[in-house]
Design a binder for this molecule. Sequence first.
Ligand SMILES: [Zn+2]
Length: 151
Amino acid sequence: MTVSSGKERPAPRPIREGLFWGGLSHPDEVKLAGTRCSSCGETSLGGVALCPNCGSAQVEVLRLSDDGTLWTFTVARHRPPGDYRGPEPFEPFGIGLVELPEGLRVMSTLDCPLEQLRVGLPMRFTPFVRHDKDGGMVFAFTYRSLQESAS
Ligand SMILES: [Zn+2]
């Protein structure tokens, strides 16, 4: 029989390996990582060893900018299948592609009132920690609108 305090929790893990820049111990300082290829010039999401566009190993992992603009979006009006962790009862939410200055577009949920969603809206990377279905901690992210609410 193993004695355990039962209070030890594993450190949060990234929702996707290589997705974040730097460590995960300071949630407010977490950034997205990207990979820039010096052969073809493509910048892709996450730190990878080979360029997903041309297969070159001549890649550099870089920290991506926090701020981008909304390139396109849709609204999820039905509860997603699987391990959905959003509010109960379900509330419709935005999903979109945010274009970053590095030249790539990141698929993300959008933390923004639905009536404010429009192409070109300034958005900011916002990391957060949530629990997965096994009780572990998962590092995930959304993009939050930088536009002030209409007053
Ligand atoms: Zn390449």
